[in-house]
Design a protein around this ligand. Structure first.
Ligand SMILES: N[C@@H](CCC(=O)N[C@@H](CS)C(=O)NCC(=O)O)C(=O)O
Length: 235
């Protein structure tokens, strides 16, 4: 049995089965990227729900694994050289899982780097900008009731980014063409989130991006997406 005692996070969230991947998460766009990837890969994993209401993501135990105090974070008891490894930042976790299994990423070096470009596009662009849009459009709407600038700025940037995706997805089934990869898994929960979490479908103008919408439907229709999209479920 793997020994995870060097990871203080396991004191607060004990592992029932320390031999399988431990995922610390919530069903947010960043969180579900990892559960969806794990479902696609068929890797066994145990989930631990991090309660934002109790600010658990900023607890010393959580920050011992991710000093940035944000989900998702993960421990793989069977990391490089068979030793346990702790990881944070969803893009890095996705890349790790793809490298570990040789799946959800093209086999050739050029294809792998191109996939990484799109993962980084999500991490540096789509995630932060869509997130700020949601903040000003929904969560902090009252605070900026007299100033439409923040919402408009991030709305327009979100639209621009969707335009980039529209160009990429025209005549492609997936971001990398015929192969479903971690780039799709990084991006689609954020596009879905504009609608499901922020109610922003109309203000962003989803209808202006038909190729993105068709791709989103294809992503959501995958059985692994249904299994991973609400993980960890409420107890
Ligand atoms: N770049 C990070 C972002 C992670 C992130 O922002 N997670 C959010 C949930 S989607 C979070 O933990 N928020 C809690 C907080 O900010 O305190 C990643 O992709 O893993």
């Amino acid at each position: 049995m793997a020994d995870l005692s060097t990871f203080p996070i396991t004191n607060k969230w004990p592992a029932k089965n320390p031999d399988i991947i431990q995922l610390y998460s919530l069903p947010t766009p960043n969180g579900v990227k990892i559960s969806i990837a794990l479902e696609e890969l068929g890797l066994p994993y145990e989930t631990h729900r991090v309660d934002f209401g109790a600010n658990e993501q900023k607890s010393p135990e959580f920050e011992s694994l991710n000093p940035n105090g944000r989900i998702p974070a993960l421990i793989d008891p069977n990391g490089p050289d068979g030793k346990p490894i702790g990881l944070f930042e969803s893009g890095a976790i996705l890349y790790y899982l793809a490298e570990k299994t040789g799946k959800l990423i093209p086999g050739d070096a050029a294809g792998r780097y191109e996939t990484l470009c799109w993962v980084m596009f999500q991490m540096g662009g789509v995630g932060p900008m869509f997130g700020q849009f949601g903040h000003f459009y929904k969560y902090a709407a009252e605070k900026v009731a007299n100033n439409s600038y923040p919402m408009e700025r991030y709305r327009d940037e979100a639209k621009r980014l969707l335009g980039v995706m529209e160009g990429r997805l025209k005549n492609r089934q997936w971001i990398m063409g015929d192969t479903y990869t971690i780039a799709d898994i990084a991006l689609f929960p954020w596009v879905r989130g504009v609608d499901v979490f922020y109610g922003g479908r109309d203000v962003i103008g989803f209808d202006d991006f038909p190729a993105v919408m068709d791709w989103l439907e294809r992503c959501l229709a995958r059985p692994a997406s249904s299994r991973g999209i609400d993980v960890p479920a409420k107890e």
